[in-house]
Design a binder for this molecule. Structure first.
Ligand SMILES: C[S@@+](CC[C@H](N)C(=O)[O-])C[C@H]1O[C@@H](n2cnc3c(N)ncnc32)[C@H](O)[C@@H]1O
Length: 279
C-alpha cells in the first residue's frame, strides 16, 4: 500500500502506516519491536540525530514550538520525549520545572531524565497514564509514525490538555515533488544508515534508521492526520510545512468563549521555506 492510503478501520482506529512485515510480523508485535530498537539505540541516538538533521534539528524544534504558541509559564507534556530533544527546547521556552516527558522506551526516558532532569513517565501516547486537563501544551516530536493508532492517541492528547490548550505534533513528511522525494529517500535510506553503522557500530541503531525512512514513505497523508485531530475535537487545526519536509500539526482544545461553532481556520499562505496549510 502506498503513502496516504491507510484509512481508519471500521472501529475508527487509524494506524500511521500499513504493517511493515519486513520488520515485524504482525501489528501487535510492533510496539515490542519499536521499544527494543529505541532501547538499544538510546545511547547513540543524539550522535546520529545531530548529523542526520544537518545540525538544524535543535533550532527547528525551538522555532516550531514558538510558532505553535509555547510561552513562559506553560505546563508542557512532551509525548515520546526520547532523549529529550524537543523537551530541551520546550523547557527553554516554558521555564524550568514546567516540562514532563513520556516515553515507552525505558532507555530513551532514562537518557532524557539524566540529561535534562525533567520528570519522566513510562507509557504510551495512546494510553496516557495522566489525569485529565493538566497541561497547557502537548508536544510530540517524530513519533507519530510509531503510534499504534492516531485516533486513540489524539483523543488522549485532547483529554490531558486543559480547555484552550494546544497540541503540536512534529513529523517528517515525504516531499510531494519527485526530485525532493528521491533526494530525501537516498539520504535517509542509504546515507544515514551507512553513516550510523560507521559511527556507532550498533546494528539496532542502523536498523532504526532504515525503519525510519520506511515509516515516512508509508505514512498516512497529512490530510488524514489533520482529519484525525479534527475528529478528536481539536479546533483551529492546521499544518505548517517547512522546506517541503518538516510538518507541524497544531490544534487547540476549545476553551471558554469558543462557543459551539468552530472559529475559522487561518488561511493557507507563506513560501517554500515555511508554509501554512489550513485544512
Ligand atoms: C524518533 S524518537 C523522537 C524523540 C524526540 N521527541 C525527538 O524529537 O528527537 C521517537 C520516540 O517515540 C517513542 N515512541 C515509540 N512508540 C511510542 C508510543 N506508542 N507512544 C509514545 N512514544 C512512542 C520512542 O520510544 C522514541 O523515544
Amino acid at each position: 500500500m502506498m503513502e496516504g492510503q491507510q484509512r481508519p478501520t471500521p472501529g475508527g482506529a487509524l494506524p500511521p502506516h500499513p504493517t511493515l512485515e519486513r520488520y515485524y510480523g504482525r501489528d501487535d508485535e510492533r510496539p515490542r519491536f519499536v521499544r527494543r530498537l529505541f532501547d538499544s539505540a538510546a545511547r547513540d541516538y543524539d550522535r546520529i540525530e545531530g548529523p542526520m538533521a544537518l545540525g538544524w534539528g535543535r533550532r527547528y524544534r525551538s522555532e516550531a514550538l514558538r510558532r505553535a504558541g509555547l510561552s513562559p509559564g506553560m505546563k508542557v507534556l512532551d509525548v515520546a520525549i526520547g532523549t529529550g530533544l524537543v523537551a530541551r527546547e520546550a523547557a527553554q521556552l516554558a521555564g524550568d520545572g514546567k516540562v514532563v516527558g513520556l516515553d515507552p522506551s525505558f532507555g530513551m526516558l532514562l537518557e532524557a531524565c539524566r540529561q535534562l532532569g525533567v520528570a519522566g513517565v513510562l507509557g504510551l501516547g495512546e494510553q496516557l497514564p495522566i489525569r485529565d486537563c493538566g497541561f497547557d501544551f502537548l508536544s510530540m516530536g517524530y513519533a507519530l509514525r510509531h503510534l499504534g493508532d492516531l485516533t486513540a492517541a489524539f483523543r488522549e492528547f485532547f483529554r490531558v490538555l486543559r480547555p484552550g490548550g494546544t497540541v503540536c505534533v512534529l513529523e517528517l513528511t515525504r516531499p510531494t515533488n519527485r526530485f525532493g522525494a528521491g533526494l530525501i529517500r537516498f539520504y535517509l535510506r542509504r546515507v544515514v544508515p551507512a553513516f550510523t553503522r560507521l559511527r556507532t557500530r550498533n546494528v539496532d541503531a542502523e536498523l532504526l534508521m532504515r525503519y525510519f525512512w520506511d515509516t515516512i514513505e508509508n505514512c498516512v497523508s497529512p490530510a488524514s492526520i489533520l482529519q484525525a485531530l479534527d475528529t478528536a475535537g481539536f479546533i483551529d487545526v492546521q499544518r505548517v510545512l517547512s522546506i517541503g519536509l518538516f510538518s507541524e500539526y497544531t490544534g487547540r482544545k476549545p476553551g471558554a468563549g469558543d462557543g459551539s461553532s468552530r472559529p475559522g481556520r487561518r488561511e493557507g499562505g507563506g513560501n517554500f521555506f515555511v508554509r501554512t496549510i489550513a485544512r
